[in-house]
Design a protein around this ligand. Sequence first.
Ligand SMILES: C[S@@+](CC[C@H](N)C(=O)[O-])C[C@H]1O[C@@H](n2cnc3c(N)ncnc32)[C@H](O)[C@@H]1O
Length: 281
Amino acid sequence: MGSFTKAGRATDKDAILSGLAPPVHYYTLIQRCRSLYHGLWFRLSEGLRWSRRPYHETPIGSLSGLAPWQVERIDELQARYAVRFESHYGRHTALANYTYIDILDQAWTAKNRHVPQGLAVTDVGCANFWYARALHAFFRPATLTGIDVEGFRLYPTGYSRYDAACGYIAPLPQTSFVVADYCKVEKQADVITAWYPFVTPSPVLAWRLPLRIFSPARLFDSIALNLTEKGFFFMVNQGTEEAAIAADYCRQAGLRFLDQWIQTRPLRARPHPAVASWWKL
Ligand SMILES: C[S@@+](CC[C@H](N)C(=O)[O-])C[C@H]1O[C@@H](n2cnc3c(N)ncnc32)[C@H](O)[C@@H]1O
C-alpha cells in the first residue's frame, strides 16, 4: 500500500495508487480552502437538519423536443417497466430516470444476466434518491434503501435534500432514505448498487463536499461487508479510467469481478460512457 509523503500537489492518480484517502496536508491550498468552506456548510446543514415537508416535483406531463430514436427508446422502456416518469417529475428528473433505467436495461440485456427481483436492495450514495423510482421499477425489490452521507443540504427552493428524498420515495412501497456515512453502516443486502461513487478526490469538491468524507477504501470495504453471500454489487462509473480505479478498490475489498459493460448509445449524451460492472464476494 502506498503512502502520502509528498506534500503539496495532490493528483488523483497518487490517491488512487495508495488505496487510502490522502491526509489533508496532501491537497493543494486551494483544494483545502474549498474543502474547509464546504465542510462548514456540511456541518451547519447536518447540525440544523432543516426539513419542511416532503417535496414533490411538478410533473411535466409529456416530454417534447426529443429525437425520434429517443422517443422510440423511451416508449420501449415505458412498455417494459410500466413507468411514466413525466407523470411524476419535471423534465430533468424524468429524463434522468429514463437514462438510469436505460443503463440498467441495456447492461443486463447485453450481458444476458438474470435480473434478481424481490430482494433487499441498497443504493450507496443516493444523493436525494431522485432515481429511486427507476431502481424500484427495475429490481421490484422487497426493500429498497438509499443511503447518503449528506442529508440536509438546503436547496434554493427552501426544501432540503431530506425533503426531496421523502417526496421521491413517498409513493414507493418498502422504500427508505437513510442519512448516514455508509462506511459505518451495518445492513445486509442482496443487491448493492452504487451510481458514480467517488473514487478520486476532485469530484468530491465539485459536489461541494469536504474532502474528509472521501475514503473510498473504507466505503468499498463496507459494501463487501454488507453484501450477502449470494448477493452482488452493481456499480456504474463514469468512463473506463474511473471504472478501473473503482475496480481496484473492489478487489482490495475482497470483491470478485463478474462482468463489465460499456455503454455505447446513451439516451442522453455524457462526456464519458457509463461503465457498469457486477461483483460478488
Ligand atoms: C457522485 S455523487 C452520485 C450521486 C447519485 N448516486 C447519482 O447517481 O446521482 C456521490 C454521492 O455519494 C455520497 N457519498 C459519498 N461518500 C459517502 C459515504 N461515505 N456514505 C454515503 N454516501 C456517500 C455523496 O454525498 C454523493 O451524494
